[in-house]
Design a protein around this ligand. Sequence first.
Ligand code: AMP
Length: 274
Amino acid sequence: MRLWRRNATVKGERVGFVPTMGALHEGHLSLMRAARNECDRVVASIFVNPLQFAPHEDFGKYPRTFQRDLELMSAEGVDAVFYPNEKEMYPEGRESVTRVVPPCELADCLEGHFRPGFFTGVATVVAKLFNIVLPEAAFFGEKDYQQLLVVKRMVGDLNLPIQVTPVATVREADGLALSSRNVYLSEEERKIAPMLNRTLNFVKDAAQSGQLSLEAALEKGRADLKALPDVELQYLEARQADTFQPAAQFELPMVVVLAAKLKNVRLIDNVVVR
Ligand code: AMP
C-alpha cells in the first residue's frame, strides 16, 4: 500500500479513499464514483473491523462477498483495494490496541448509547487506515450520519491533512436506505422497512411546513413506528446537522435520525434538511 501511495505521490496524483466493510452495494459504489470524479486515483478498503462490534453483535455473520466486491470495484475503476486481515490491523491483539476516543458529546449519544464503544472502534480503525493509505480525500456516506461527524471531528482535532467528503444516501425505490444488513430482512420485515424513511420524511415535512412543532412531529413519528408490528424503535430525534446538538425547534441545517430493530435486524436512517 505504501509503495503504491509513494508512486502516486511521485506522479503528483491526488488519492481518494473509500473505507468499507465489504458486501458492497450501490451506496458504496456511489462513494467510489464520487472519489473517481474528484481524485486521480481511488483506493477502497475492505475490513470488517472487529473493534467496532460488541460481543453480542453480528461480527461473525456479517456478510462477506469478497470476489463479487472485487468485480464491482473493478467495474467502477477503483485503482487499488486494501483488504488487511485482523492480524495485520491488530498485531498485538485488538484488546490492547491504542485507541482514538471521540468526544463523548458526539460519540456517547444515540448510536453510541445503543452501541457502547462503537465510535471508538470506528475512529481507531479509520485513523489506522488513513495512516496506511495516506489519502488526500476520504469519502463517507451520510447514511451513517453520526459516524460522518465523528470522522470529521477526528480529522479536525488530530489535524489530519485529509478532506472528508460526505455522499448522499442511496435508497431503494421505496425509500429503504441501502445497507449490507438489508440481506438479513425477512420478506415481512422488508415490507415494513420503508416505513422508517417514510416516518423521517413525515417528521421533516410536518416540522418544515409548520403543520406541527418539531417535538409534536417527532412524537407522532415515534408513535407511528411503535404501532408497527415487530418494530422496536430505539430513537427518533432531531439534531443540528453540524454540531449534533439536540434541535429544540425546527432549524437549518438539521438532521432527523433514527434507529429501529425489525425483530433482530437493526437499521439506521436519517434525513438531512438544509
Ligand atoms: P460500511 O461498509 O457499512 O462500513 O459502509 C462504508 C461506507 O459506505 C460508509 O461511509 C457508509 O456511510 C457508506 N454507505 C453505506 N450505505 C450507504 C448508502 N445507502 N448510501 C450512501 N453511502 C452508504
